[in-house]
Design a protein around this ligand. Structure first.
Ligand SMILES: *Cc1c(COP(=O)(O)O)cnc(C)c1O
Length: 390
């Protein structure tokens, strides 16, 4: 179906932060499959785990115990400060799980029509519930009627939270990203996340953090909320967890972790031995290679060099980010830059919300590769603005 406007290039193989097309032309990857291949392409240890597990056992279903799933659940919960995990196959499914927990939590409190607080410019997926939670009219258009049960407020706005707390009795949870990715790389302030945590406790709202893009080391912490020192009740992860193999998880603690009883939720593929073993290898490698602090250091370097080298450009409105999650907002639409980056710079980037260049390089990038990404992006932006102004 015509769900995507694709670039005509076909990649044939990859290694680390590089890709090659069928003609052997090399490209530098600054998007990592949209925050997925965080350990780079064709990682030998991941390839080996996939091959070995494929020869032992790929799938048995959740009718039976799965050792790799239990192991990955324990690892993720200990990193995230959570207690129980539900495994699925994508970010949208992880968020669907969180939204079902919110409904159960609401009903357990006697709220007949529970609602979830969500953010302007938030992104949570493309299923009917998660697209309704998403704060982008372009994602909604054509799919009405939207699933009810959401209240939307501006992101990073403490007063808006307080208003809802005072005026609305049926809110039972908040679903929010620590850094909005698709919404233009916007970082929630520490003061905001702390006040959000306080209001959730005071009002018995579940604080549900969507860490599908920002989680697993990308921002320079295992999870974005850890920079603010807050602990959510529910955390969703996916994207980078399988380094390209589909896997997602919804993690929860305390009362939120006890809401499901057998029969209330499920997934045929979710938590299979293959995906979960790969998830364990991904976490091992992030730890062993110290990629969380590496992302913090290289992210700062990338942000600072872009800020320095584009400082004279009036048309660049903002350069912001956290760790290896960086956005360059222009004063004009620039979706064509994706094609131009490929053709002119042999570089893979993304443009989100029409005007923001989004960079999500693999966490394994060497400093020289990050500098190379910065150089190519600066040349690209300068060339684009020069032509656009002429
Ligand atoms: C990508 C993304 C999702 C959706 O994940 P899928 O695996 O595409 O369903 C949800 N939330 C955030 C923050 C994302 O970046």
């Amino acid at each position: 179906m015509q769900a995507y406007a694709r670039e005509p290039v076909v990649f044939d193989r990859g290694r680390g932060a590089h890709l090659w097309d069928a003609d052997g032309r090399a490209y530098l990857d600054a998007i990592a499959g949209v925050a997925v291949t965080n350990l780079g392409h064709a990682h030998p240890e991941i390839a080996e785990a996939i091959a070995d597990q494929a020869q032992r056992l790929v799938h048995t279903s959740n009718l039976y115990s799965i050792e790799w799933q239990e192991r990955l659940g324990r690892r993720l919960c200990s990193l995230a400060g959570m207690q129980r995990a539900f495994f699925c196959n994508s970010g949208a499914e992880a968020n669907e799980t969180a939204l079902k927990l919110a409904r159960l939590h609401g009903h357990s409190r006697g709220v007949a029509s529970p609602r979830v607080l969500v953010m302007e410019n938030g992104f949570h997926g493309r299923t009917l519930a998660t697209l309704a939670a998403t704060g982008n009219p372009a994602v909604h258009r054509g799919f009405e009627p939207l699933m009810p049960g959401f209240v939307r407020v501006p992101y990073d706005d403490i007063d808006a939270l307080r208003r809802v707390a005072n005026e609305t009795g049926d809110v039972v949870a908040v679903l929010i990203e620590s850094v909005q990715g698709e919404g233009g790389v916007r970082v929630a302030s520490t003061a905001y996340l702390r006040e959000l945590r306080r209001l959730c406790r005071e009002n018995d709202w579940l604080l549900m953090m969507d860490e599908v893009q920002a989680g697993l080391g990308r921002t320079g912490a295992w999870f974005g909320y850890q920079h603010a020192g807050v602990l959510p009740d529910v955390v969703t992860v996916a994207k980078g967890l399988g380094n390209g193999l589909p896997i997602g998880a919804c993690l929860a603690r305390d009362q939120a972790a006890e809401l499901f009883v057998p029969g209330q939720h499920g997934s045929t593929f979710g938590g299979n031995p293959l995906a979960c073993r790969v998830g364990c290898v991904v976490l091992d490698l992030i730890e062993r290679e110290r990629l969380v602090s590496h992302a913090a250091v290289l992210g700062r370097r990338l942000l600072e060099s872009l800020q320095a080298d584009l400082a004279d450009q009036q048309a660049v409105l903002a350069i912001r980010g956290h760790g290896l999650m960086v956005g360059i907002e222009l004063d004009r639409p620039c979706p064509e830059l994706v094609t131009r980056a490929l053709r002119e710079q042999q570089l893979l980037i993304n443009v989100t919300r029409d005007k923001t260049i989004r960079l999500l390089p693999a966490l394994i990038c060497a400093q020289a590769e990050i500098d190379d990404i910065a150089d190519r992006v600066v040349r690209l932006v300068r060339g684009f603005l020069r032509v656009a102004l002429a």
